[in-house]
Design a protein around this ligand. Structure first.
Ligand code: ATP
Ligand code: MG
Ligand code: MG
Ligand code: MG
Length: 580
């Protein structure tokens, strides 16, 4: 069935001559000017016809590659009950980024920011035998996150479309297979979308090299910084590979900040040792709950620097509940969003002052209480901590830790070459979750010996709506968008250049023939000057512009390649063959 030709005379589209005032990056500026999206609220955008077509094209590519690895599509509501998120601790842990609401009866709901809980519960509801596994499920769905800084139009929305998939396997080898399937599928997706991207380590790698990786589109406007080695494949998000501050001059007679090695996986013994050696004047045992630790360590009267909490990665679900029960609402509000999933070595901490948290310090022990020991984001890497930190020397009063990040020119952590840094936009994230969610919901399969086998999970996200902006960011020039064919809203943009009836008729005929040949056509049949039409065609960014004008009398039309700017005259009777 041929498509219905889209006519600009009736298309719901108004291009803008002026840049939107709030546009921070080229993609935002152009997507608004070319009439792809319109802003409704901070981080909330409506998709106009052209934008929706690109979005759907990206969805199609993603769906095809998900189907190719055997993933099955399902769909959850975005409006979700509190309970499953309570079970995993994320109702609290997600912090301010979670949209929480109440129904008319006062029951708590949330708008799903990501759906691990629902997938785990659903698989538990349907499957019971080891023979049912493995299974890969995905959805393409609207997600909600109350981002602190919605940015650059659809790049960082508060409502956005994500493809999220989840793998369920009986053992670690199975999880590794599912992970590699997704990794390969993501490579295909981003290659098909024509993107320039890198795959970077998103954790320190101590959980096994591939526990989590991010796909970052290369973009100077990106919010992520990554480093890669000049001499090897090593590449990592700086968040994952930060190294401690180099020793600075002592200012107080104490040793300088230095790297302190602790066992690869912190244990309760490590923690107890730490607490007992911390000069708190209290004794701790392995039997102490987090609540006890909190109560014992809280300093009466302490204001600025207060040790509010301490925890281990493994016991976090339980502890968060206990913690919430033991804290004042204001303190609960201090629970910050920390990407534990991405960094299992981050110890959950709750600290003051707020300014430090805002600046990324995840955990800090009051230097007056625990002399000179601290965990700080950016300085933490697998099984290392920075010790003997001195306020004002090793970090500024606002919490910035100057020297804590790996930098361009540093030696690569894998020993090969030096690091170069660049910026990128996260377009995909793949993650070996392990049994965290399966444990929370007791997701088991009955094994061949009738014993339960705990399921292990992976989760994998692609930012579908973000990709519209990311592709636009990589494919644009001064005058407009330049879509790669795979996602372009149309294949050919036919411009009727001139008032001549014969020209209009010739253009209509060519459009119909292209349409019959399976090319999606947009026809500029408006009563506007050729100059206006050309400018709009360049702005809208369809890959091929076909100009039907005066040349038609001599049997030729002009074909312009939007990307290269190259023009050729083609005989009218060869146009369809030329463009298909
Ligand atoms: P970011 O670091 O950019 O905040 P994230 O790590 O929080 O992203 P994930 O939870 O890994 O995001 O979600 C999977 C994918 O969803 C991301 O790789 C990204 O492409 C997309 N995504 C996340 N947040 C947003 C958002 N606010 N707007 C648009 N897309 C988003
Ligand atoms: Mg985020
Ligand atoms: Mg991220
Ligand atoms: Mg991520």
């Amino acid at each position: 069935m041929p498509n219905v030709i889209t006519r600009m005379s009736s298309l719901f589209l108004r291009t803008l001559r002026e840049d939107p005032a709030d546009a921070e990056v080229p993609s935002h500026r152009l997507l608004v000017r070319a009439g792809y999206v319109r802003r409704v609220a901070p981080g909330g955008f409506s998709w106009l016809p052209l934008g929706l077509k690109v979005l759907r094209n990206i969805e199609r590519v993603v769906r095809e590659e998900m189907a190719a690895i055997g993933a099955q599509e399902i769909q959850f509501p975005a409006l979700l009950p509190r309970e499953p998120y309570e079970t995993t601790g994320r109702w609290t842990e997600y912090g301010d980024a979670l949209f929480r609401l109440k129904d008319r009866k006062g029951a708590d709901y949330l708008l799903g920011p990501t759906h691990e809980e629902l997938f785990a519960l659903t698989v538990k509801g349907e499957f019971s035998s080891y023979k049912d596994y493995p299974v890969l499920l995905f959805q393409v769905q609207t997600k909600y996150r109350d981002e602190a800084r919605p940015r650059a139009g659809i790049l960082r929305g508060r409502e956005f479309v994500m493809k999220d998939s989840y793998s369920f396997d009986l053992d670690d080898e199975g999880l590794e297979r599912s992970y590699q399937l997704h990794r390969a599928a993501y490579i295909k997706i981003f290659d098909r979308l024509g993107l320039d991207y890198v795959i970077v380590a998103a954790t320190s790698g101590a959980m096994g090299g591939s526990a989590s990786e991010e796909f970052l589109a290369v973009a100077s406007t990106g919010e992520d910084t990554y480093v890669r080695s000049t001499d090897s494949d090593y590449a990592a998000n700086v968040e994952a590979v930060t190294t401690p501050a180099p020793p600075a001059q002592p200012v107080d007679g104490k040793p300088d900040a230095q790297v302190h090695h602790t066992p690869a996986t912190p244990t309760i013994e490590t923690l107890v040792d730490f607490l007992n050696n911390a000069g708190l004047g209290r004794t701790f045992t392995a039997a102490d709950t987090l609540k006890n630790v909190l109560l014992k360590t809280r300093q009466p009267g302490a204001k600025d620097w207060e040790l509010l909490g301490i925890g281990l990665p493994g016991d976090r679900e339980v502890d968060l509940k206990r913690l919430e029960a033991s804290l004042e609402p204001a303190e609960v509000a201090l629970l910050e969003e920390a990407d534990f999933a991405a960094n299992p070595f981050l110890v959950k901490g709750y600290i003051g002052p707020k300014a430090l948290q805002d600046n990324g310090v995840r955990y800090l022990v009051d230097p007056r209480v625990v002399t000179g020991t601290a965990w700080v984001t950016g300085a933490d890497k697998a099984d290392h901590h920075v010790v003997d930190l001195v306020a004002g020397r090793d970090f500024t009063p606002d919490g910035t830790i100057e020297a804590a990040e790996v930098r361009e020119g540093d030696a690569s952590p894998d020993g090969n070459g030096t690091l170069v840094a660049a910026r990128g936009i996260e377009i995909g994230h793949i993650f070996q979750l392990g049994r965290k969610y399966a444990d929370a919901f007791e997701l088991d399969a009955l094994g061949p010996d009738s014993k339960p086998v705990r399921i292990t999970m992976g989760s994998y996200g692609v930012g579908i709506s973000r990709l519209v902006a990311v592709i636009a960011e990589q494919y644009c020039d001064d005058i407009g968008l330049v879509w790669p064919r795979e996602v372009a809203p149309f294949g050919v943009h036919v411009v009727i250049a001139g008032k001549d009836e014969a020209v209009a008729a010739g253009a209509e005929k060519l459009a119909a023939e292209l349409d019959a040949a399976g090319v999606e056509v947009i026809l500029d049949d408006r009563k506007a000057t050729p100059g206006v039409k050309f400018a709009d065609a360049e702005l809208v960014g369809v890959p091929t512009i076909l100009v039907v004008g005066r040349g038609l009398a001599n049997g030729v039309v002009e074909v312009k390649d939007r990307a290269s700017g190259q023009r050729e005259e083609i005989a009218v009777d060869q146009v369809v063959a030329h463009l298909t």
